[in-house]
Design a protein around this ligand. Structure first.
Ligand code: CA
Length: 267
């Protein structure tokens, strides 16, 4: 009789198979993303992280709050002069300030002297965009609330061969090659998220924003005067390059401490 036929799998085994399928789907989707990572970028998975710092002396970093971002790719390095030159050659875009300055114009140094508009134009040309402030900070510190990409303030010895800040203790007096300071990389393997050059972000700056920020994929306030910059630069001291530091300036500003990197969202 048909009713005597035993089912192929018992209920318990069926549940186990479903569980395995679900787990393998998660694994396959993240493995797929990693496999598809464009050259020069790293994959940052979706999920929550701790943004800001409640014990900061700077009011605009308060409070620490949990933020969720969707998955994205972010440049492993700041955009270099060599990369930016490809953009100029292809589009005829105006050359940045300091383009002829030998202290700053080596191919592997980060491009500087670019306004927020220049950074946006480059990003669009690459089919990308600037990181939101939340995406930038998550890529810089992961989800354990650290204040420096590599961890605590001093964990790498006396010489600062992991971050380009003011002085020569870190080997470079001005900007350093974008692929230098591997020991100072973030939990996702992103270089120079502290120091070297400040990095333009997509968001407008609002010092009160953390108190009202949405939890999911925040994109900053409505239009204001200033754009956000993150990460500190070669003229800051070590306290000035904490990953929670928030700077701002008019989007047309060009100087020798501002650069940028790009993001490619997965959706
Ligand atoms: Ca930087």
């Amino acid at each position: 009789m048909i009713s005597d036929v035993k089912p192929l799998f018992s209920k318990k085994i069926k549940i186990r198979i479903l569980l395995l399928l679900a787990l393998s789907t998660v694994w396959v989707s993240s493995a797929w993303a990693v496999a598809k990572t464009p050259p020069g970028m790293v994959y940052v998975p979706e999920g929550y992280f701790q943004m800001g710092q409640s014990s900061s002396e700077a009011e605009d970093q308060k409070p620490m709050h949990f933020v969720y971002t969707s998955a994205y790719f972010i440049d492993k390095y700041e955009v270099s002069n060599a990369e930016y030159k490809k953009f100029i050659d292809a589009t005829g875009h105006v050359k940045p300030k300091y383009w002829e300055d030998e202290l700053f114009n080596q191919p592997d140094q980060p491009v500087i002297g670019v306004s927020w508009f220049d950074a946006m134009a480059y990003s669009r040309w690459k089919g990308r965009r600037l990181p939101t402030e939340a995406e930038w900070e998550k890529a810089a510190r992961g989800n354990d609330g650290r204040l420096y990409p590599w961890g605590e303030k001093w964990t790498k010895g006396k010489k600062l061969y992991f971050v380009n800040v003011y002085g020569m203790e870190d080997r470079y007096e001005f900007t350093a090659p974008v692929n230098y300071y591997a020991p100072g990389a973030s939990p996702f393997g992103v270089f120079n998220m502290a120091g070297n050059v400040w990095e333009w972000c997509l968001d407008w700056y609002d010092k009160e924003y953390y108190r009202i920020s949405p939890e999911l994929d925040p994109e900053g306030p409505e239009a204001k005067q200033m754009k956000v910059l993150r990460g500190g630069s070669w003229i800051n001291n070590i306290d000035g390059v904490q990953v929670t530091q928030r700077a701002r300036n008019l989007p047309e500003t060009q100087n020798n401490i501002y650069g940028f990197r790009t993001v490619l969202p997965l959706h």
